[in-house]
Write a protein that binds this ligand. Structure first.
Ligand code: PHE
Length: 339
């Protein structure tokens, strides 16, 4: 038995046509019957030498699948008795098509983007492989700055200048370098950090970062934008709170928590009994960052924020393990209906 012979069988199945149920049955017996071709092929596979076993096994499985599909297709086409035309019943219900579903992360990401788009933010996407300048230096994180340790970085090969972006802020730099204010963008995308993988953390995750630069932008604008987002995304009753924080590229900086969607703020294992869940970091863009991009910091100011996608998705769908998002188990994925 060789792969050519099997490929011949595949061709034969592909071109097979039947005009009566008896012919379909004959075809079924020839391929799938007790003494059929497949039985024989699988028996021969046992004897095949180890190096070709994998390839032959896959081909034989293909023969099996295509024979089964052919038979199902011919049966669905209405070949029962007599000729096809005699029995074609156009009133029969159609064959249901299995439609794919959107990934839960995409559903939540799209919903988030839509909320910001409606209030005038444009989407801007950038590369996942970045240079040190865009990911760190332009963002006011010079070499040897301890803030680099906040983001455990994957470097590409041995060149420390090329890395997988640890946030989508580099895209904001790209836009600031090339666009005159006013700027109002959100940058969704995948980011990478060298973290130990657990139920709560992964080395790949998704962010949506926002940036607004214009004259007289204040912290009040930042708060109102995020209040609006929270109410639209998580419901009117959701509470928010800001805590002071530190990011090298914003000053002042804050982190924003929302009241836990699971226990409504009463305290549960998801919010570690605090009633609050952190969802984003934000702040007023540091003038040094504006100057790095040749934007006059005496004339313009702005705010920025960085939102994770996984945590809101876990809260929305009550998913308790972040790893599920990346395992591609169809039984998990098909539970999500896109809006
Ligand atoms: N880039 C930050 C991070 O990934 C998030 C952030 C964005 C914080 C914008 C403040 C302002 O950690």
């Amino acid at each position: 038995m060789g792969s050519e012979e099997i490929e011949g069988l595949l061709e034969e199945i592909k071109s097979f046509q039947a005009s009566s149920a008896a012919e379909v049955e004959e075809f079924r017996v020839r391929f799938l019957g007790k003494k059929g071709v497949l039985r024989e092929l699988f028996a021969q596979l046992k004897e095949a030498d180890a190096s070709s076993k994998k390839e032959l096994g896959q081909l034989i499985n293909q023969v099996k699948e295509s024979a089964e599909q052919k038979i199902a297709a011919l049966k669905n086409a209405g070949i029962e008795e007599g000729s096809l035309i005699d029995v074609l019943d156009l009133t029969l219900p159609g064959v249901a098509q299995n439609l794919g579903t959107r990934h839960p992360i995409s559903i939540i990401k799209n919903r988030m983007c839509e909320i910001f788009e409606k209030i005038g933010f444009n989407i801007s996407e950038g590369p996942e492989i970045e240079t040190d300048w865009y990911n760190f230096t332009a963002l006011n994180i010079p070499e040897d700055h301890p803030a680099r340790d906040m983001q455990d970085t994957f470097f590409l090969q041995t060149n420390p200048d090329i890395l997988l972006r640890t946030h989508t802020s580099p895209q904001q730099i790209r836009v600031m370098e090339s666009t005159k204010p006013p700027i109002r963008i959100i940058c969704p995308g995948r980011v990478y950090r060298n973290e130990t993988i657990s139920a709560r953390a992964h080395c790949i995750f998704h962010q949506i970062e926002g940036l607004y630069i214009d004259e007289n932008v204040s912290f009040a604008d930042l708060k109102q934008t995020l209040f609006h987002f929270t109410k639209e995304m998580f419901g009117k009753e959701t509470k928010t709170r800001f805590r002071p924080s530190y990011f090298p590229f914003t000053e002042p900086s804050a982190e924003m928590d929302i009241s836990c969607l699971i226990c409504k703020g009463k305290g549960c294992s998801v919010c570690k009994n605090s009633g609050w869940v952190e969802i984003l970091g934000c702040g007023m863009v540091d003038p040094a960052v504006l100057e790095n991009c040749n934007i006059d910091s005496t004339k313009y100011s702005g705010f920025a924020f960085g939102l994770g996608v996984e945590r809101p998705a876990m809260l929305t769908y009550r998913i308790n393990d972040i790893r599920l998002f990346f395992e591609n188990d169809i039984r998990f994925l098909k539970q999500f209906q896109s809006a």
